[in-house]
Design a protein around this ligand. Structure first.
Ligand SMILES: Cc1cc2nc3c(=O)[nH]c(=O)nc-3n(C[C@H](O)[C@H](O)[C@H](O)COP(=O)(O)O)c2cc1C
Length: 200
């Protein structure tokens, strides 16, 4: 069943007002699609704070995300701290409502599963206790790899919501499962979680 239908009764722009979303972008071809998600959520009234891995910055410029979110983008963990300020990866957990990682590369799934903390996305995830939505995107053979599947299962078992990739044309030229899930489905999933959060 498409997630859009599953969450359709809960879709309501009110869920978005004054929400703070963390958006982690990792190194895959689908990184450009994350700019669309950031733009949609900003237009609905959310503050979208983007964290990018060094690989993600090779695919899309941080400036694109700064422009659509009108927020600074974090691309590295070594930032100067103002007086009394806590490191950003810790402070993120204080006021954000949801952390979405889209696209999540195969490499990043492994880093998340193993608890790595050496870039702005996995370090934020390591210190994050709120709802986490992970949207993998990769080549179909990579997606079928048992190591990738085991990491996805581990992350689900720990409570993350994984939005499975879609099936279809892949940038590498093959056809199969691996493309970033339809943005409407990711959107619907996130809207549903924000709605549930408001009810609880
Ligand atoms: C042209 C190109 C496209 C790539 N596309 C993907 C992809 O769609 N998904 C993926 O998991 N890895 C992809 N990779 C590999 C990742 O970029 C690589 O594993 C990188 O280390 C991921 O870094 P990160 O997880 O820290 O962002 C691609 C690499 C290249 C050179």
């Amino acid at each position: 069943m498409r997630l859009t239908r599953l969450y359709s009764t809960m879709s309501n722009d009110d869920h978005w007002n004054d929400k703070i979303l963390l958006l982690g972008v990792t190194g895959g071809v689908a990184a450009y699609k994350a700019a669309d998600l950031a733009s949609r959520w900003t237009q609905r009234g959310a503050k979208v704070r983007v964290r990018m891995t060094p690989s993600a910055c090779r695919f899309v410029q941080p400036l694109t995300f700064e422009a659509v979110t009108r927020q600074p983008v974090t691309t590295e963990i070594w930032q100067p701290l103002g007086t009394g300020e806590r490191p950003e990866h810790i402070g993120s957990g204080d006021d954000a409502d949801l952390f979405v990682i889209a696209p999540a590369s195969a490499d990043h799934l492994a880093r998340l599963a193993q608890g790595f903390g050496d870039d702005a996305v996995c370090l934020t995830a390591l210190a994050w206790e709120g709802p986490l939505v992970i949207c993998p995107a990769m080549n179909d053979r990579m997606w079928r790899n048992p190591a990738v599947q085991a990491n996805v299962q581990l992350l689900r078992d720990r409570g993350a919501t994984v939005v499975d990739p879609g099936v279809g044309h892949l940038a590498c030229g093959s056809t199969g499962p691996g493309r970033l899930a339809d943005l409407d489905d990711i959107d619907a999933c996130v809207t549903g979680i924000l709605g549930q959060k408001e009810l609880s």
